[in-house]
Design a protein around this ligand. Structure first.
Ligand SMILES: Nc1nc2c(c(=O)[nH]1)N[C@H]1C(S)=C(S)[C@@H](COP(=O)(O)O)O[C@H]1N2
Ligand SMILES: [Mo]
Length: 349
């Protein structure tokens, strides 16, 4: 690690501080693949300027053989693409507040497993750390890199990618050029941008983003810490939109549902969670989000609180409140079409 830190020192860096761009709200997420310009951007520390001719990906630690790969070396390795939902787990200072920062994109790059297998991981390995070269101050604490860790079993999963393309284009500076980690089914915080160093080890990383932040306390204040890794089951109604006024006629309510292991079913409530009915949920393609639809014929005019609740393939159910994946409620007003018409006649007279 120390030797690596030294190489960080002489890198030319330009920083703009924390970046958070949220171009679309949940009701705008109409396409299955989110265009790059509509995908949110989140960076805690800023954007490092990387000189691609000097950039290298280093891998060391509990492997039989260390390696340094240039950008060209990576481009020469077998390329694969995966469709993956991408969700920001939210502000780490308010881990139970839902943000609905969700999208679905196609990542392209090389398999981490293929590289690690060549280097031969030692049996003592338990975690892999991923180091991004961005540095700066976040929440009053100075970090000289952005480090995340994942369990070795996940790192050796065939679908973890070292990605250099997004929706078929090379990734941009703010998305982590030249290389970022993509861990399908994990929260976005683990998708380390500006990846420069991979370290195979027997322990968790002591950095700010794996200790103070991005750990959920499960089972009360003295409960154990659970890293923010697998994405919990969640869903959101895209149509109708918040506060929309609908006419009294059959409606096709729809939205997206997603979870680390995939969604097995989605239920919908039109009465604020008192009763639930099954929606139709599409099967999952790779690690994509899944569309659900529900045919709804409002019986009478009035206000309705619409909710969707997803159940993942392990049987975990989206909670109603007080979790980052809590149910999202859409309030709409249904108007009697005939009444509206006769009213406008009255005004015209
Ligand atoms: N190096 C680095 N990688 C990072 C971050 C960061 O601050 N530094 N932010 C993470 C967070 S919290 C999220 S949600 C995703 C966002 O990726 P995007 O901006 O491409 O949507 O990047 C992750 N990778
Ligand atoms: Mo995030």
């Amino acid at each position: 690690m120390n030797e690596f830190r030294k190489t960080l020192e002489d890198k030319s860096m330009s920083y703009v501080g924390m970046i958070a761009k949220f171009p679309l709200g949940v009701h705008d997420l109409k396409s299955f693949i989110t265009p790059e310009k509509h995908l949110f951007v989140l960076s805690h520390l800023g954007i490092p300027a990387i000189d691609i001719d000097r950039w290298k990906l280093k891998i060391s630690g509990l492997v039989e053989q260390n390696i340094e790969l240039s950008y060209q070396n990576l481009l020469n390795l077998e390329y694969r693409e995966l469709t993956v939902f991408q969700q920001c787990s939210g502000n780490p200072l308010q881990p139970k507040v839902p943000t609905r920062l969700i999208s679905n994109v196609i990542w392209g790059g090389v398999s981490l497993r293929a590289i690690l297998n060549q280097l031969q991981v030692k049996p003592e390995a338990r975690y892999v750390w991923f180091v991004g070269v961005d540095r700066g101050v976040y929440e009053g604490v100075s970090s000289d890199s952005y480090i995340k860790d994942i369990p070795i079993e996940k790192a050796l999963d065939n679908d973890v990618l070292l990605a250099y393309k997004l929706n078929g284009e090379l990734i941009s500076a703010e998305r982590g050029f030249p290389l970022r980690l993509v861990v399908p089914g994990y929260y976005g915080t683990n998708f380390v941008k500006w990846l420069s160093y991979i370290y195979v080890t027997d322990r968790r990383s002591p950095g700010l983003f794996t200790t103070n932040f991005y750990n959920d306390r499960v089972g009360g204040d003295d409960g154990t810490l659970k890293p923010v890794w697998e994405v919990a089951p969640e869903s959101a109604i895209v149509y109708p939109a918040q506060n929309e006024v609908l006419s009294l006629q059959p409606q096709i309510l729809w939205g997206w549902a997603w979870a680390s292991r995939g969604i097995q079913s989605v239920d919908v409530s039109i009465d604020g969670g008192i009763t639930w009915q099954s929606a139709e949920a599409e099967a999952r393609l790779q690690y994509a989000w899944q569309r659900f639809t529900f045919q709804w014929t409002p019986a009478t005019p009035g206000k309705y609180s619409l909710m969707s609740r997803a159940t993942d393939c392990d049987g975990a159910i989206q909670p109603i409140q007080e979790e980052r994946n809590a149910v999202y409620t859409v309030v709409v007003t249904v108007k009697e079409a005939a009444v509206k018409e006769s009213k406008s006649f009255t005004i015209a007279e």
